[in-house]
Write a protein that binds this ligand. Structure first.
Ligand SMILES: C[S@@+](CC[C@H](N)C(=O)[O-])C[C@H]1O[C@@H](n2cnc3c(N)ncnc32)[C@H](O)[C@@H]1O
Length: 243
């Protein structure tokens, strides 16, 4: 694992080990994800769902409650233990499997899932690694399967008055990418149909929630982004912060 990603994993580990509230919600599902689980419950009865970077499992539990056989994947053990406890208490343990692993190399067979949820994982993946993410993550989704993605928008602020001159930064040892609406067609459009894009902006929070459907036949076999390379600024910051 490269140094920035190692520090990023340590950052997440510290957030969970601190025992206090995490900077993202811990228990209540985000309304947009809850709406999508309600919609997909009717469309994909009894399917398999994967919560990628599941954290403490608020959406893992949500999809299990909606009747999906659900896998929560995270690269940290501490939050997975919390999910296991919550699943037992909610009587959902038999519908939930927990996996420890890296979202960029998921230990999962191709085309295993009907539904994939990523709330807050992709926006921590550097642009140079998007082709890996697309291959890994879309690879485990069935053709025609649904993919719900929640990422920071450019309106997201870490603190009041934060100013940025570009759409990514390294903040407290983790990489953040901030998206605009047209990014999704460019990044996912060759492999997925984009069904809906919802923008949420309240206070410092700024998110896009994007519902996509994996194409039956991809427009191109390998990612259109592969080989595009890293933007120069990202290289500079990665080097500076990885010593
Ligand atoms: C911002 S939190 C969101 C947690 C959860 N999805 C939620 O909405 O409550 C991001 C989570 O993704 C996990 N994560 C980040 N990058 C990952 C990766 N490459 N592989 C697996 N898990 C990852 C972190 O450990 C953390 O639990």
């Amino acid at each position: 694992m490269e140094p920035l990603y190692r520090r990023q994993r340590d950052y997440f580990a510290r957030m969970y080990e601190a025992g206090g509230p995490t900077p993202w919600p811990s228990t209540e599902p985000t309304p947009s994800v809850a709406r999508v689980s309600g919609l997909l419950k009717r469309r994909v009865r009894g399917g398999r769902a994967l919560d990628l970077g599941c954290g403490e499992g608020r959406h893992t539990l949500l999809f299990a409650k909606a009747g999906f056989s659900t896998v929560g994947l995270d690269y940290l053990l501490a939050p997975l233990k919390t999910v296991a406890t919550r699943a037992r208490r909610a009587g959902l343990a038999r519908r939930i499997t927990l996996l420890i692993g890296d979202a960029l190399m998921p230990p999962i067979k191709p085309e295993s899932f009907d539904v994939l949820v990523d709330y807050g994982c992709f926006h921590h993946v550097k642009k140079a690694d998007w082709p890996n993410y697309l291959d890994a993550v879309l690879g485990i989704l069935k053709r025609g399967g649904y993919f719900h993605l929640s990422v920071f928008s450019t309106k997201f602020k870490h603190y009041p008055g934060e100013r940025r001159s570009r759409n990514w930064n390294v903040h407290r040892n983790h990489y953040d990418r901030f998206f605009v609406r047209r990014d999704f067609a460019r990044i996912f459009g060759d492999r997925c149909e984009i069904l809906a894009i919802e923008e949420e902006h309240k206070g410092l929070e700024g998110f896009f929630h994007v519902l996509m459907r994996k194409a039956e036949i991809p427009r191109s076999v390998s990612s259109p982004l592969r080989g595009e390379g890293q933007v120069e600024g990202e290289k500079r910051v990665t080097r500076r912060t990885s010593s």
